[in-house]
Design a protein around this ligand. Structure first.
Ligand SMILES: C[S@@+](CC[C@H](N)C(=O)[O-])C[C@H]1O[C@@H](n2cnc3c(N)ncnc32)[C@H](O)[C@@H]1O
Length: 238
C-alpha cells in the first residue's frame, strides 16, 4: 500500500520553495531523492559554459547567494533526511566549488556517504590559464548503511561515470538539464518499480520524466513557475 503524502499527491509537480514544501512531506515517505540543487554562483555569467548559446534558454534560474549557501544546504538536507524511508537513499549533485557545504550538509543531516561518484562529461569550453572543468560530484548517501536498495547491475560498477550532456539544438531548454541516461542509471540501481522518487529542485524535471518512464512514482518542487510549466510539458510528451 502506498504511503500517505499529506498535502501532496504522488506523480505531481508543485511550484514553490523547497524549504517551505519539504516540511509538509510526511516523515519516512520517500524511497529515493535525486537532486541537483541550485548553485551559489553567478549563474548568468556562467551560462555560456552550459549551453554555448543562450537564446533558447528559459529565463529565471534561481540561485542562492553565496553567503547563504551553507545554511540553505543544511536546512534542505535535514528535511530530506527526515522524509526518507528507513531504507531510503539520496543522490545529490555538486560542482567542486560548493562541495564543502554539501559534505557538511550531509553530516548535519546525519546521513552516511556510500559513494562519492564522479560524473565526467564533455564541456568544450576554452580556457586560457586553467583546466577545463568537465566533471561533477555525485554523493550517494543513505539513511541506514545496513539497509538500502542497491540493484547491482554490473559486475564491476565503477564510481566514475562518463556520460555526455545533451546539446538541445534550437529547442527550448533550462540551463542545467541532466542527461536522462545518467538519471536512469541512478533509478535502476537505487530504486524499484513503484518506489516514490523525489526531486525538490526540478529544473526541467528530468528526474520526474525518467521516473515516469521507468515505472516509479515521483514528486517534485520547483520555485520558478516557467520551469515548472516546462517540466510538466516534458512529462506530457512521453
Ligand atoms: C540545477 S537546477 C536542476 C536541474 C534539473 N536536474 C534538470 O535536469 O533540469 C536547480 C533548480 O532549482 C531551482 N530552485 C532554486 N531554489 C529553489 C528553491 N528554494 N526551491 C525549489 N526550487 C529551487 C532552480 O530554479 C533550478 O531550476
Amino acid at each position: 500500500m502506498r504511503k500517505k503524502l499529506g498535502a501532496f499527491r504522488e506523480d505531481t509537480l508543485y511550484q514553490g520553495d523547497a524549504l517551505a514544501l519539504l516540511p509538509k512531506i510526511p516523515e519516512g515517505s520517500i524511497d529515493l531523492i535525486v537532486t541537483d540543487p541550485p548553485f551559489a554562483i553567478d549563474f548568468r555569467a556562467q551560462r555560456l559554459n552550459y549551453n554555448r548559446k543562450g537564446s533558447n534558454v528559459i529565463e529565471g534560474y534561481r540561485e542562492i547567494p553565496e553567503e547563504e549557501y551553507g545554511e540553505f544546504t543544511r536546512a534542505w538536507m535535514v528535511e530530506a533526511a527526515r522524509v526518507l524511508a528507513p531504507t531510503g537513499s539520496m543522490y545529490l549533485f555538486s560542482g567542486w566549488n560548493r562541495l564543502r557545504d554539501i559534505l557538511e550538509g550531509i553530516d548535519a543531516a546525519g546521513l552516511t556517504t556510500i559513494n562519492h561518484l564522479i560524473w565526467k562529461y564533455q564541456f568544450g569550453v576554452f580556457t586560457k590559464k586553467k583546466y577545463v572543468t568537465s566533471h561533477y560530484h555525485i554523493l550517494f548517501v543513505v539513511k541506514d548503511p545496513k539497509q538500502y536498495t542497491f540493484n547491482k547491475m554490473d559486475h564491476y560498477p565503477e564510481d566514475v561515470w562518463v556520460i555526455n550532456r545533451e546539446y538541445w539544438k534550437g529547442r527550448k531548454k533550462t540551463p542545467t538539464k541532466l542527461p536522462p541516461e545518467l538519471v536512469r542509471k541512478i533509478l535502476m540501481y537505487s530504486s524499484n518499480p513503484d518506489d516514490l522518487v523525489l526531486d525538490p529542485f526540478l529544473g526541467s524535471g528530468t528526474v520526474a520524466v525518467v521516473a515516469q518512464q521507468e515505472g516509479r512514482h515521483f514528486l517534485g518542487f520547483e520555485i520558478v513557475p516557467d520551469y515548472l510549466a516546462f517540466a510538466n510539458e516534458c512529462l506530457q510528451k512521453r
